[in-house]
Design a protein around this ligand. Structure first.
Ligand SMILES: Nc1ncnc2c1ncn2[C@@H]1O[C@H](COP(=O)(O)OP(=O)(O)O)[C@@H](O)[C@H]1O
Ligand SMILES: [Mg+2]
Length: 305
C-alpha cells in the first residue's frame, strides 16, 4: 500500500470573508462570514490526500492549547494519521485570512509549528512511499536540513515533492540546493516567477519560469489560479484548465491541487492526467469556505475528468 507522509506546518485558519480592507483608527467594518477551520499547507494537503483515500500521515508540531487540540481533532476527523504531530510547550500557530472575492491577505503566527525537525520527518518516513514538504519558509530547522533529508530519502527509494509556498522574507534562500534532489516542485504562478528570478533566471511569464526551474532537475507543476495549472518537464510544457464554478473561498486551493496531483501521480497516472486531477481538485476545493470544506472525493474528481 502507498503511504504518503506530509511534513511542515499545522494550524487553524480563522477565515474572514467580505469585501473589506481593514482600516485602523478604530473603524469597525462588517464581514459576510467567519469560520475557524483547518489551515496550514501541510495540514490541508494531508486532509486532501486522506479524502482521496490515500494512507496519509502528517509530521508537524502544535502546542498544548485549544488551537492545538482542535487542529489535531480536525486532522483526525479528516482521516490523517496524527501520531507524528508532536505537542510541544509553545503556542500553536494560527493564521487569520482576510478573503476577498479576487484576493486574500494572511496574518500568521508560526509559534509551535516552526520547530519541526529533520529527525521527526526521517523517523516518520519509515515505510513511506513518498514525502511531501510544505511551507518551507515557515519551518526553518527543517528547511536548513532539507538537502540532507532529500538525499537520505532518495537513497531509501522514497520519492519527494516540495511546495515552498510564499517566502515572507522574499529572499527564497536555500531552495536552489533542494531542486536537484526533489522529484516534484509545486509552486503557484507568483512563487514560480519569484523563485526563478531568485535563481538568476529572470522570467516574467509563468511558462518560462516553470521551464527555468525544471532545468535545475525537478518536474515543475505550477498552480495558475482560475486558469488551472501547468507542468514543465525538461523543455516540454503541458497545461490543464481549472473548472469554471462559483468560487466561495480560494484558501488552500493550491494545497488541494497538490493532493490531487500526488494521489494521481503516486498511483502511476501519466503526468498530463495527474495535472488534470490536480486542476480539478484545486477548483473543487474552492466550493467551500476554508481549505478543506470543499475538498473533493475521488468520484467527484473522476466525474470532471
Ligand atoms: N477562481 C478559480 N476558479 C477555478 N479554479 C480555481 C480558482 N482559483 C484557484 N483555482 C484552482 O485551485 C488551484 C490552485 O490555486 P492557486 O490560487 O493558483 O494556488 P495557491 O492556493 O497555492 O495560491 C488552481 O490551479 C485551480 O485548479
Ligand atoms: Mg500554495
Amino acid at each position: 500500500m502507498t503511504r504518503v507522509v506530509v511534513a511542515g506546518d499545522a494550524n487553524l485558519d480563522l477565515v474572514l470573508r467580505g469585501d473589506v480592507v481593514p482600516r485602523f483608527g478604530q473603524a469597525e467594518q462588517l464581514l459576510d462570514g467567519a469560520d475557524l477551520v483547518l489551515g496550514s499547507s501541510a495540514g490541508i494537503c494531508a486532509a486532501g490526500l486522506a479524502r482521496l483515500g490515500m494512507d496519509t500521515a502528517l509530521v508537524a508540531r502544535v502546542g498544548s492549547d485549544v488551537f492545538g487540540d482542535r487542529t489535531r481533532e480536525l486532522l483526525d476527523e479528516a482521516g490523517v494519521d496524527t501520531q507524528a504531530v508532536r505537542v510541544v510547550d509553545e503556542a500553536t500557530g494560527v493564521s487569520v485570512i482576510l478573503s476577498a472575492p479576487e484576493d486574500r491577505a494572511i496574518l500568521t503566527l508560526t509559534g509551535a509549528l516552526a520547530g519541526v525537525t529533520a529527525d521527526e520527518v526521517l523517523t516518520a518516513a519509515e515505510g513511506a512511499t513518498h514525502v511531501h514538504f510544505a511551507s518551507y519558509f515557515l519551518v526553518p530547522a527543517l528547511a536548513q536540513a532539507l538537502p540532507a533529508v532529500l538525499t537520505s530519502l532518495r537513497e531509501r527509494g522514497i520519492t519527494t515533492s516540495l511546495d515552498t509556498n510564499w517566502d515572507p522574507a522574499e529572499q527564497w534562500e536555500g531552495v536552489a540546493e533542494c531542486l536537484p534532489l526533489v522529484e516534484l516542485l509545486l509552486p503557484n504562478a507568483a512563487e514560480a516567477i519569484a523563485l526563478a528570478s531568485a535563481l538568476g533566471e529572470g522570467a516574467s511569464d509563468v511558462e518560462s519560469a516553470a521551464k527555468a526551474l525544471a532545468s535545475h532537475g525537478p518536474t515543475v507543476i505550477v498552480k495558475d489560479g482560475a486558469a488551472g495549472g501547468l507542468a514543465a518537464i525538461g523543455d516540454r510544457v503541458l497545461r490543464a484548465p481549472g473548472l469554471s464554478l462559483e468560487v466561495v473561498d480560494t484558501t488552500g486551493a493550491g494545497d488541494s491541487f497538490d493532493a490531487g496531483f500526488l494521489a494521481a501521480w503516486l498511483e502511476g497516472r501519466e503526468l498530463a492526467e495527474a495535472l488534470r486531477w490536480a486542476a480539478v481538485a484545486g477548483s473543487l476545493s474552492t466550493r467551500g469556505s476554508g481549505g478543506t470544506g470543499g475538498q473533493p472525493t475521488r468520484a467527484e474528481i473522476e466525474a470532471h475528468i
